[in-house]
Each structure stands twice: as C-alpha cells, then as structure tokens.
Design a protein around this ligand. Structure first.
Ligand code: SAM
Length: 248
C-alpha cells in the first residue's frame, strides 16, 4: 500500500503523463500510477545500485517492464531529450533537489514538476523563481509524525510575472498588520500561507522551537559570528511568531 505522502504526490500527476521519477527507490510511485493506468509510461531513475535493483525487481514482479523503464544514473542524466513531460523528485533534501534541477538538461517538452523536499523547501522555491517555473500549488501533510510539503510547478510564458506577484512583499495581511516579506514567503510558501492549515501551523511552531534552541546555544558564546547569527535567528523567530499569531 502506498503511503499518504506518495498518494498525494500521485494525485499531482496529470492523466496520461510521460513521467520521470528521479530517485525512485523501489519505484512505488510509477508502479502505482501504471497499475491504475494513469500514465502513458515512466522512467524510474536511481543513482544507487541497491535502490536501482529494488526498482527493477518491483517493475518485473508487477509485469510492468513495457511501461516503466528503470535506469541507473545521476539525476536527470537518465533522461533523453523530450522523452517526458512530468518530472517528480521526492523524498530528498531541498538542496539536493535544486542541485538535480540545476544539472545541464534540456527541459523542452517538460511542463510540470512535482517536488517533495523533506527539508529546505525554500531552496526549491528559489530555484523555481530563478528558472521561471511558475509555482502553481503547494500542499502539506503529516504522516508518521513527519510533516511533508509538496510543490507543483508549471512552465508558462508569464511565470516571471506570476512569481513576482505571489512572492511580492506585502505589507499587511488580513486585519492584523503583519509584514509578509518575499523572504518569509519563500521560506513558508505563498500558497500554504494563504491557506494556513493546522499542520502548517504545527510545522512552524516546531520550526520556531528549533530556532529558539539554536539561539539558546548561541547565547553561550561571545564570538562575533555567534552574536551575529543569534541576531539573525532572533529576528526570524520574531517575524515567524508574528505571522503565526495572525494565522491562528
Ligand atoms: N522518491 C522516493 C520517495 O519519495 O519515496 C524515494 C525517496 S528516497 C528517500 C531517496 C532516493 O533518491 C534514494 O533511493 C537515493 O538513492 C536517490 N537519489 C539520491 N540522489 C540521487 C540522484 N542524484 N539521482 C538519482 N537518485 C538519487
């Protein structure tokens, strides 16, 4: 059975897609989608031998060799030009996802990215902004006491204008006067902020607690760097608290 997280990711794949699942591990996502006839076919890419073998086994035992090609290689290098229209990269850090997206790759024909960073979601949002991918949707869920975000980006002519708009500095939100800066929106997610769920609020309360712990540790040092870092963290915590107060 597929996890809620992978199910939610599967729901972001448009019917009849030609899918690449990069870092596919056991190829659970393409197998599920192929069994439900929701994709034309898929490439399951893996950089590590173990997961690559596991993916091959899964595809063979499900008799889906015609629909799912399992390939060994680093990130997007397993893909041929104009082979897929949708790329999923899920279950890795945001830094690694951005590195993979930054590989020399011709995105012709690709019109949808479904990205699920486990941490550092801001790095993925920043990549979308810098490369004119229009961030159309964000989702958040909790499963097994972990909180996951799913980001969906599409390519469009006016992605630049659109992203400028959703990531713009906004002075006020609702009736509480908070400053919702571009930086905060990149950190927290513009759509998630707009539609703040209980899980989202829980996540940011936990993030504040994490930062407060770091601040406490930094307080024990008088070194210039520590003092500076502490100030940056404290400012961020103040801003985050203000946003949460407004959303709750
Ligand atoms: N995508 C699946 C999911 O969301 O459940 C599996 C996530 S698993 C935690 C991360 C997988 O990414 C591992 O199997 C790892 O080998 C693979 N991986 C890491 N870096 C990669 C890269 N540069 N290219 C391809 N696969 C990579």
């Amino acid at each position: 059975i597929l996890s809620q997280r992978l199910k939610k990711i599967a729901d972001k794949i448009l019917p009849n897609s030609k899918l690449a699942d990069i870092g596919s591990d056991h190829a659970l996502l393409p197998t599920y989608l192929a069994q439900k006839n929701r994709i034309q076919w898929a490439v399951a890419g893996e950089v590590n031998k173990g997961p690559y073998e596991a993916a091959k086994k899964q595809v063979e035992s499900s008799n889906l060799q015609d629909m799912i090609k399992v390939r060994l290689g680093n990130g997007l290098e397993v893909l041929d030009k104009e082979e897929v229209d949708t790329i999923v990269i899920a279950g890795m850090g945001g830094g690694l996802i951005a590195n993979i997206l930054n590989q020399p790759f011709d995105y012709t024909g690709v019109n949808r990215l479904v990205l699920q960073p486990n941490v550092a979601e801001d790095k993925v949002r920043r990549w979308c902004i810098d490369h004119n991918w229009h961030l159309i949707e964000e989702d958040i869920l909790e499963e097994d006491r972990k909180i996951y975000e799913i980001l969906v980006a599409e390519r469009s002519e006016d992605a630049y204008r659109y992203n400028q708009q959703i990531f713009s500095d906004e002075m006020y939100k609702m009736d509480c006067h908070i400053q919702l800066t571009r930086k905060l929106k990149i950190l927290m997610g513009p759509h998630l902020l707009n539609n703040a769920s209980l899980v989202f609020i829980k996540k940011w309360n936990m993030e504040i607690a994490k930062r407060e712990k770091v601040i406490e540790q930094l307080s024990q040092s008088n070194l210039h760097d520590a003092v500076k870092k502490k100030r940056v963290f404290s400012e961020e915590v103040d801003q985050l608290k203000e946003v949460l107060k407004c959303l709750q």
